[in-house]
Design a protein. Structure first.
Length: 245
């Protein structure tokens, strides 16, 4: 495990992310709405979902709530995140939680033997911690895991094309974080939010890549209908469909 990844093994960072950051993500509901719309169009009858790097399982849960016959696999290498997912999905009988590190090629051996393929693979703000070489390998592995007609969707932190655009994203996100802190009554000032944003311990683990390049990789692999379906600065929902045979 790379040293910069260790931060996600801590309960402190997990709670900071889940209670103080994720709720402030701009267009969060729109991202999920577009994701569900794409899943419906590509695979109207979903039977299996893999939420990889699942965090608290919010993306996979959104799909299970709409496709009530589907079974979900929620996988993460962070024990605190998996515990948060179990808590969120408490009462759901059609799901399984797996501790695995998809940064290692052997991660596929950790999947349930009775679930060797999936109709839907989703990931949220997770794959950007991998080097580009590993990102490309993962996208190939996802393509092979998908059933014909299945869809892969990545809700991701991507690279800006210039420092000027990066700064515009940072301003937007800090504004959103500050508004969220006001909403929950934390009492944090904007200066405090700004300082925490730039000193956050997980920042060193980010390996951002432009969304256009990642879409090109998906096309080269064989995905169809590849696009960036929704984007606001460095937050992007993109992916593609494995055509039915």
């Amino acid at each position: 495990m790379k040293s910069q990844d260790v931060v996600w093994q801590t309960s402190e960072l997990t709670q900071t992310y889940l209670t103080g950051i994720r709720g402030a993500i701009p267009l969060a509901q729109e991202q999920i709405d577009v994701m569900r719309r794409l899943v419906r169009a590509a695979c109207p009858s979903v039977s299996s979902v893999l939420d990889l790097g699942c965090g608290d399982g919010i993306l996979g849960q959104a799909i299970l709530d709409e496709h009530t016959q589907a079974f979900g696999v929620f996988a993460d290498f962070s024990a605190p995140m998996l515990e948060a997912a179990r808590s969120r999905l408490d009462g759901y009988s059609r799901c399984r939680f797996i501790d695995l590190d998809y940064g290692k090629k052997a991660w596929l051996d950790g999947l349930p033997p009775d679930l060797s393929s999936f109709d839907v693979i989703v990931s949220g703000f997770s794959i950007h911690h991998q080097p580009d070489v590993r990102k490309k390998e993962l996208y190939v592995e996802f393509y092979e895991l998908l059933n014909p007609g299945g869809i892969f969707l990545n809700l991701e932190h991507v690279a800006s094309h210039s420092p000027w655009l990066e700064r515009r994203f940072e301003e937007l996100f800090i504004d959103a974080l500050f508004a969220y802190q006001q909403q929950i009554g934390s009492g944090m000032s904007r200066q405090q939010v700004d300082a925490e944003f730039y000193s956050r311990p997980d920042k060193a683990a980010n390996i951002l890549s432009p969304v256009e390049e990642q879409c090109d990789w998906l096309r080269e692999i064989g995905f169809n209908h590849v696009d960036c379906y929704l984007k606001i600065f460095e937050l992007a929902l993109f992916g593609g469909v494995k055509l039915a045979e």
